[in-house]
Write a protein that binds this ligand. Sequence first.
Ligand code: ATP
Length: 510
Amino acid sequence: MQKEDNLKDIISHAKEYGFVFPSSEIYDGLSATYDYGQLGAELKNNIKSYWWKSMVQMHENILGIDSAIFMHPTTWKASGHVDAFNDPLIDNKDSKKRYRADVLIEEHIEKIRSKIDKDVKKGIKRFGDTFDKEQFLATNPNVLRNQAKINDIEQRMRETLGKENLEGVYNLIMDLDISCPISGTKNWTEVRQFNLMFSTELGSVSGDASKIYLRPETAQGIFVNYLNVQKTGRMKIPFGIAQIGKAFRNEIVARQFIFRMREFEQMEMQFFVRPGEEMKWYDYWKEQRIKWHKKLGLGEQNYRFHDHIKLAHYANAAADIEFNFPMGFKELEGIHSRTDFDLKQHEAHSGKKLQYFDPEINENYVPYVVETSIGLDRMFLAVLSSSFKNEDLGDGKTRAVLSIPPALAPYKVAVMPLTKKDGLPEKAREIMNTLKLNHNCAFDEKDSPGKRYRRQDAIGTPYCVMVDHQTMEDETVTIRDRDTMEQDRVKISELANIIDGKVSMTNLLT
Ligand code: ATP
């Protein structure tokens, strides 16, 4: 199956089973806006809980907050978002389609990179076990030529995008012969800057004085509260503040399902450190965050780091954790060393001191900040897309299965009476009533057992418990594993322990 086809299948599966619906669908939807359905909301909550527990619960020196979406407008002047939170846009005059100029260039680089990957694959095929990838990359003339092209483009990106030289960006697009994927022409407009913040008005008076913004990141709510939390939480540096919440960006091109939306959710943590120690913590958080991802078992080969070429106005180092989405490797999380930029700016604009007295070195200073910032919706897509499979069961039979990590699955267990009579439904409910104290459970008594198992596979329920006639005689049930499809007979009294052991989030946190 092609990867892009795979995305279409995932979108329709997500809709069919109540994970994600197009927003306001009865009015034909609103572009790039989605609603999470009954199972989507559960999965989303479980991802949030995994992040919150591993950040806040597992770290004595990280506290969680929940700040407002609206903030004093000067916040965004201070943070640089009013003046510099722009994306360079370019239009194709023939297709009338709008693109992000930097994305067009990055996609061009990706094409060259895939040529290198192809050459590597050919080498592996030809030389088998004796193939030395490092040496091949360092000596093969084709690879060297393509790598030199990439280096050259990246260098020009630094010189143009990095310095807001929009004419230079336009020239680069023309020199690289980049054409519009829709019209196929190179009939481009000039490159312009576009501010991504949504604004609205506070109260009933209109005009500039009452203009406020929908926050484009959750981070600023943390910065302005940093001293409140430090003082009331009696925190010593290094310490962190975490929060999960909505963010809004008027993206030039919002597409690829929930990957890029105009309203989305972020899980961010700002870690306040002593100046000069930020690189140590930057490396530390890069390592911690990739560990968090890999623990889920979505496939180690699906992650890679990407160092930023164009650093944001506040950063002195930045890397993305990219995930192999159905559209290829794309940013899932960012780890940024933000220096003391934000706090210093807030000091300057508010006139309030935001310094910390460090008793260990007897000094006052504005802390440096290392942040980890992950998109909840992108994480949702990473889990959904890597879990979705159409498995061939032989004899022309297939099953759609979501092998979601058990701790994140919407339902942990489905309880089913084999038939609707002989007291089996009542017994099944009795079992479910105990299990539901700890886990989200489904009750399913309609259709044949085979059909019910398929339904639970399709929504990712890790375990199905079947109550049959033997249950009434010896207090045992069968428990079926979603991934192996194997069934074991176990005592009802052991059920809670068995399920806890398999689906508990503790497995991910240790
Ligand atoms: P991109 O380069 O893809 O636009 P970004 O570098 O601007 O992303 P950050 O500002 O670092 O993103 O935001 C942190 C995280 O928030 C990203 O890693 C991503 O997971 C998420 N995110 C950012 N923009 C969106 C969006 N429009 N829709 C969904 N998630 C988003």
